[in-house]
Design a protein around this ligand. Structure first.
Ligand code: UFG
Length: 348
């Protein structure tokens, strides 16, 4: 696989950086395009520390088509694009929908146009379990119909998938959309992980900051749901497992297809854990306290969501390997590493 070149947009972000590491370790050449709007340059150095290889980096905005074209001129032999680059804050997307449509959809359309111009025929797209909305049946499988998206973020994921389906039907571009459930954890080196800006919206980064003493306590959004302990259930997936699903997707696109096609896969573990189970596991495996209070339900939260992963197991040849213990311990190690680096900065 030595010379196969893969463009990773958003490659310095949370899932992107872990995927870059897995690709480099599998022997692929990697080019990263990132606008640094939700990522940091030091992640690039840390990718090199982990893998001993430094990917080519383009600091650019994918909504500017000319920049995308210039990158493809310099990197004319890209075989696959893994397109992570997108805004992802559900709450913000409710306040600023146009910002989300402009960034997430213009980027995708520009990437596809330029791929076509340069005869690049494979794309892996970051989708989300959010495309399903509140499920009628569990576990959720890929043939479940979309429900009306509750946020502009979710809407950009639904539209993104639809764009790829139509493009595959009318061109040589094959695509795989991966519907992520709830990505958590960090690389075992503790050199890369999630970098939430401001107050985290998601459970795991909030738990990490409470355990670290950066925030007083976690609010559990409701304990009167119809679940065994009353708190919501989600399918948490270790980010390293998630990254490996992208490597498998590249292999499938490069090896299996004769005709252009569009496929979708759920990327989860198939197991659901409640909010209380996450707190308990974090405390138990990391031997730290996570103070919490029970608050009101958060608007728009589904009671229970977990994936049917049989299709990804069968067709992608991929299965999550890491469990809850690895998720919470790697997350905590990364949080501690971040704090020690911050401490270093202040001392300097
Ligand atoms: N939760 C709390 N307290 C918090 C934060 C979250 O109790 O401070 C609870 C939520 O109510 C929910 C669970 O923890 O029950 C998980 O919430 P997250 O915000 O971590 O994740 P969501 O399942 O709401 O959303 C995630 C991604 C979205 C994606 C969606 C797909 O963040 O990007 O999964 O289902 F669209």
């Amino acid at each position: 696989m030595g010379s196969t070149k893969i463009l990773v947009t958003g490659g310095l972000g949370f899932i992107g950086s872990h995927t870059v590491v897995e690709l480099l370790q599998e022997g692929y050449d990697v080019v990263i395009a990132d606008d640094l709007s939700n990522s940091e340059r030091f992640i690039l150095d840390n990718i090199e520390k982990i893998t001993g290889r430094k990917p080519t980096f383009y600091h650019l905005d994918l909504t500017k088509k000319k920049s995308v074209q210039e990158m493809f001129v310099s990197e004319d032999d890209i075989s696959v694009v893994i397109h992570f680059a997108a805004y992802k804050a559900v709450g913000e997307s409710l306040q600023l929908p146009i910002k989300y449509y402009r960034n997430n959809l213009f980027s995708l359309v520009n990437v596809l146009e330029v791929m076509q111009e340069f005869s690049c025929e494979h794309i892996v797209f970051s989708s989300s379990a959010t495309v399903y909305g509140e499920p009628d049946f569990l576990p959720i499988n890929e043939s479940t119909a979309f429900k009306k998206a509750l946020s502009a973020y979710g809407s950009t994921k639904q539209i993104g998938e639809e764009i790829l389906e139509k493009v595959a039907a009318a061109s040589n571009i094959s695509s795989i959309a991966l519907r992520y459930f709830n990505p958590v954890g960090a690389h075992s080196s503790a050199l890369i992980g999630e970098l939430p800006i401001g107050t985290p919206n998601n459970l795991m980064p909030y738990v990490m900051q409470v355990a670290a003493g950066m925030r007083e306590s976690l609010t559990v959004y409701g304990n009167n749901y119809d679940t065994p302990d009353g708190t919501c259930i989600r399918d948490y997936i270790h980010v390293v497992d998630l990254a490996k699903a992208h490597v498998k997707s590249c292999e499938r696109l490069l090896n299996t297809y004769d005709n252009p096609s569009h496929e979708v896969f759920n990327i989860g573990t198939g197991n659901g854990y409640s909010v209380m189970e996450i707190i308990d596991a974090f405390e138990k495996y990391n031997e730290v306290k996570v103070p919490y209070t029970i608050g009101n339900r958060r608007g728009g939260d589904a009671t229970s969501i977990f994936a049917d992963v049989s299709r990804s197991e069968k067709l992608l040849g991929w299965k999550a390997e890491l469990g809850l213990m690895e998720m919470v311990t790697s997350a905590w190690q990364w949080q501690q590493q971040l704090m020690s680096e911050k401490l270093g900065e202040t001392v300097k």
